[in-house]
Ligand binder design. Structure first.
Ligand SMILES: [Zn+2]
Length: 80
């Protein structure tokens, strides 16, 4: 019988991580958003920025965002 040859690899290796866990992960993110950056800054408030990569990434992102896209500037000013 060849029934047992059905591929079941990876069935026990699903991504079952809780949603809150990724916020406490100190590794940098592939994609950073303003919301995530604020969450990271709060969750990693006790982390030294020289050690916590994601906190450094978040802070850098926020600094760049503030400089490049001022929130107080309305879009209508540019006629969009
Ligand atoms: Zn951290």
């Amino acid at each position: 019988m060849a029934i047992s040859s059905a591929p079941v690899l990876g069935a026990s290796n699903t991504f079952g991580r809780p949603t809150m866990d990724h916020l406490l992960d100190h590794h940098p993110r592939d994609e950073m958003t303003r919301e995530l950056a604020h969450h990271v800054m709060q969750q990693h408030i006790g982390c030294p920025i020289t050690v916590c990569a994601v906190k450094l990434q978040a802070k850098t992102f926020l600094v760049h965002t503030k400089r490049l896209v001022p929130q107080s500037t309305p879009r209508t000013r540019f006629g969009f």
